[in-house]
Design a protein around this ligand. Structure first.
Ligand SMILES: Cc1ncc(COP(=O)(O)O)c(C=O)c1O
Length: 386
């Protein structure tokens, strides 16, 4: 049997990882500024995380949600404390798409409505409703097409107000990333998030904060939506939550009531996933990783702004993007294959930086110096115009 070939692959086999480094099967070391797609929050194979999962594995890895699983409650309590949303309730799932799928479904159950507002360039996942609110027709199958979703331009307050004036009373939810990831690191403005809150209040719609990529402390705040200074009704989370162990979740505001059977999952909230997620929060708390992300992120953003050849440096904390010019279109590939540094991309010309929240200042300096050298080299090898 062979694999169903849907991923364009780099010709690299990673066999070992520690902190912000990974090694291939030939022993070559790579600096990971991509965090395995924003998943690595507390560093690869973090010792506390390994120990907690290992210990849990010796007791029990899984039992279904038909029995009391105390570690779920421990996770909820810790999550409430670290996120500051102590009066919210937690529903555990396995991935970002599943979190958004359930958030949209819950908003529809709660309001009895069908219409959803999403934003241009949004990415929310690949399951049925999650992909329907994702602004990429190439990944929407005919069966996922629906008239219930309207895409509006991000940060266009007039467009949002006009939409609500016309359709507010039929609208179940507004779903928004605090910082668009796949769309190229586009920050939702603070007043835009405040407007979403007030329109959702006025019309009885649900504000869903997709924090799958931008959440879990990466921005310097636990949820990047918190920069708006208003609460969402539902926060969805995944990537950084398990530091590579598959786990996702939703934080649900107290006014949204659960009913038995309303939502469900076999694997969501299993003992092992909860142990991994607890370990992540313990490390974030003990090592003050949100502060570290904020400080190192500001340093990285300011340093990038000084580098000639890269443009529009943007983002918050350790979720950063910049544009590269036509001449530098191979920069990412050269960084990877020659300099052994992983970075992320967003089409057509954006480089995305999503390192672990505890990447060191020294590793950041190595990245910045290598970036400068590589840009200079590309510029020097450019054919001189006659
Ligand atoms: C903002 C956002 N939401 C949802 C998802 C989907 O998450 P998953 O791949 O875990 O289903 C992603 C994945 O990249 C994402 O970036």
């Amino acid at each position: 049997m062979t694999l169903f070939d849907v991923y364009p692959l780099n010709n690299i086999t990673i066999t070992k990882a520690l902190g912000s480094y990974v090694w291939d099967d030939k022993g070559t070391q790579y600096l990971d500024i991509y965090g395995g797609h924003a998943v690595i929050s507390i560093g690869h194979t973090n010792p506390h995380w390994v120990k907690r999962i290992e210990e849990q594995l010796h007791n029990i890895a899984f039992y279904s949600n038909s029995v009391i699983i105390p570690i779920q409650q421990q996770l909820a309590a810790k999550l409430g404390k670290v996120s500051g949303k102590e009066d919210y309730r937690l529903f555990l799932v396995n991935s970002g798409a599943e979190a958004n799928e359930n958030a949209l479904k819950l908003a529809s159950f709660h309001t009895g409505r069908k219409k959803i507002v999403a934003f241009e360039k949004a990415f929310h996942g690949r399951t049925s409703l999650a992909v329907a609110v994702t602004d990429n027709p190439k990944i929407v199958a005919p069966v996922n097409e629906t008239d219930n979703v309207t895409f509006l331009p991000l940060n266009d307050e007039a467009a949002l107000q006009n939409y609500f004036q016309e359709h507010g009373k039929e609208t179940a939810a507004v779903i928004i990333e605090g910082i668009q990831g796949v769309g190229g690191i586009n920050v939702a403005g603070e007043s835009f998030l405040q407007l979403i809150r007030s329109l959702c209040n006025d019309y009885g719609a649900v504000y869903i904060a997709d924090s799958v990529q931008c959440g879990y402390g990466r921005s310097g705040k636990f949820f990047s939506h918190d920069f708006g200074g208003v609460n969402a009704d539902i926060y969805t989370m995944a990537k950084g939550m398990g530091n590579g162990f598959p786990v996702g979740g939703m934080l649900i505001a107290p006014h949204i009531q659960p009913k038995h059977g309303m939502l469900g999952t076999t694997f969501g909230g299993n003992h092992l996933a909860c142990a991994a997620a607890l370990a992540v929060l313990e490390v974030i708390e003990q090592d003050s990783l949100m502060k570290m992300a904020e400080e190192n992120g500001t340093y990285l953003i300011n340093s990038l702004k000084e580098i000639e050849g890269i443009q529009n440096v943007r983002g918050r904390g350790l979720m950063i993007g910049f544009d590269v010019t036509e001449e530098l279109q191979d920069l990412r590939k050269i960084l990877l294959n020659k300099q052994h540094i992983f970075t992320g991309e967003a089409k057509p010309n954006v480089i995305r930086l999503l390192p672990a929240m505890n990447i060191s200042r020294e590793q950041i300096e190595t990245f910045l110096n290598t970036l400068k050298e590589t840009i200079a080299e590309i510029n020097n090898t450019k054919p001189v115009e006659a």
